[in-house]
Design a protein around this ligand. Structure first.
Ligand code: MTE
Ligand code: MO
Length: 410
């Protein structure tokens, strides 16, 4: 369990929870113009869900975000010198449809299926009254870096053309998924656990694929998966899953279902479009039905710099960045300022911290005028090193090759 922090925390006082409820529910329901209720929802939650005016509720200042339809990517220059966690206002957003506005006071989490003996509904207050844990974890879209298949390897992958900003690390607080499953009488024969979101059904090419949902194998569900209600010390913002989301450390972002309203536990394997027609490798060299479903994220690195950033010539410049891997800790980061001829080791700044990413820095002693490309290549504790190119897949998942970051030295 590489990403779990210790830290079982005190129960929130019952009175504090009750006091918080009307305020949270009110804020969630009443901010922004409302355009009627969403379509059919899980029973008991219908009145709790409303739709906001646009796909994303929070402000998206252009110096922080690059918008891609219903998604927003964090600019890496907006992460320079900001500390280990990404503030909620700067955290990327990936929405299949639109952020729903949910009233925590009437919201319920329904746990059901052949894999539980006591199907059950949990209220927000009940979840908040259970023993909580706090975990540092990254949420990263499996398509993060997808645009580089086209720009670096000459093969266009379908989907949002992210650069490297579809990742964020936050401190999440909530209840272990396993604790909730056990309260519902988890069966020894349970094999899969499938959370679904309360956002609108996802329709692709005229086909209604239903709720955004993805089964987790029981082993992962009971390992380090969280039902989170807090992000960096605040109630989850609407765009990041208020009132409760799943957080699946190290795995593809789609596993971390937002606005969870329903969890099916089954003694038979479950499937959804998100582990059959999406989130597998498809394309040349892969079977027609695709690879096995994707699970862990791969190794990547990014400079805390704008794309085509200007760097002053003639004096040493301190380069900073971050590297991460879903398979474990980062052990080494090398940087090249001459297109890959010479590599130097960056200094790792989060030494000893077993976190979801590692910050690093290195001084560029003599930036000379002109356009150039900076390269960073990380190694994780399994020995995986970022390659020069990576194998193509049509949906552009898990791009782990070294990214050439253009800068202008002036
Ligand atoms: N209900 C629901 N959960 C969801 C999604 C969604 O559209 N609906 N998007 C998923 C995807 S693809 C990603 S990468 C992450 C993004 O989380 P964030 O928007 O909090 O950064 O949420 C996941 N959970
Ligand atoms: Mo994603």
């Amino acid at each position: 369990m590489p990403y779990r922090n210790a830290g079982r925390e005190d129960l929130p006082g019952r009175r504090a929870v009750l006091r918080a409820l009307p305020a949270l529910g009110g804020a969630a329901v009443l901010s922004g113009p409302l355009a009627g209720t969403a379509g059919a929802t899980a029973q008991g939650a219908a009145e709790a869900v409303r739709r906001a005016a646009g796909p994303i509720v929070k402000p998206l200042p252009p110096e922080v975000f690059i918008e891609h339809g219903s998604n927003a990517e964090t600019r890496w220059e907006a992460l320079r010198d900001i500390g280990y966690h990404v503030p909620n206002e700067r955290f990327f957003v990936r929405n299949h449809t639109a952020t729903p506005l949910i009233d925590a006071a009437t919201w319920r989490l329904r746990v059901h299926g052949s894999g539980v003996r006591r199907p059950q509904e949990f209220s927000y207050a009940q979840l908040r009254a259970m023993p909580s844990v706090t975990v540092d974890a990254a949420i990263e879209c499996a398509g993060n870096g997808r645009s580089f298949f086209a720009t670096q390897q000459g093969e266009q992958a379908s989907g949002t053309q992210w650069r490297l900003g579809a990742i964020g690390v936050a401190r999440w607080r909530g209840v272990p998924l396993g604790a909730v499953l056990r309260r519902a009488g988890l069966s020894k024969n349970a094999v899969d656990v499938m959370p679904s979101g309360l956002d609108a059904n996802y329709v692709s090419d005229g086909q209604d694929l239903g709720r955004v949902r993805l089964p987790l194998p029981i082993g992962k569900a009971l390992d380090d998966v969280l039902l989170a209600y807090e992000m960096n010390g605040e109630p989850l913002p609407p765009d990041h899953g208020f009132p409760v989301r799943v957080v699946v450390p190290g795995w593809v972002g789609i596993a971390s279902i937002k606005w969870v309203g329903d969890i099916e536990v089954s003694t038979e394997p479950l499937s959804s479009p998100w582990n059959t027609i999406y989130y597998r490798f498809f394309g040349p060299g892969y079977p027609d039905e695709g690879s096995a479903p994707l699970t862990r994220q791969v190794t990547k690195s990014a400079f805390e710099l704008g794309w085509e950033a200007s760097i002053p010539a003639g004096r040493p410049y301190r380069l900073r960045g971050r590297s991460w891997s879903g398979r474990g800790r980062i052990t080494r980061v090398e940087v090249s300022t001459d297109g890959g001829t010479r590599w130097r080791d960056a200094r790792l700044l989060d030494g000893g911290r077993r976190g979801p990413w590692t910050r690093w820095q290195i001084t560029w002693p003599d930036p000379r005028p002109g356009r150039t490309e900076l390269l960073a290549r990380a190694t994780d504790e399994t020995g995986a090193v970022q390659p020069v190119t990576t194998r193509f897949n049509t949906m552009g998942y898990l791009f782990d090759a070294i990214v050439a970051h253009p800068v202008q030295v002036t």
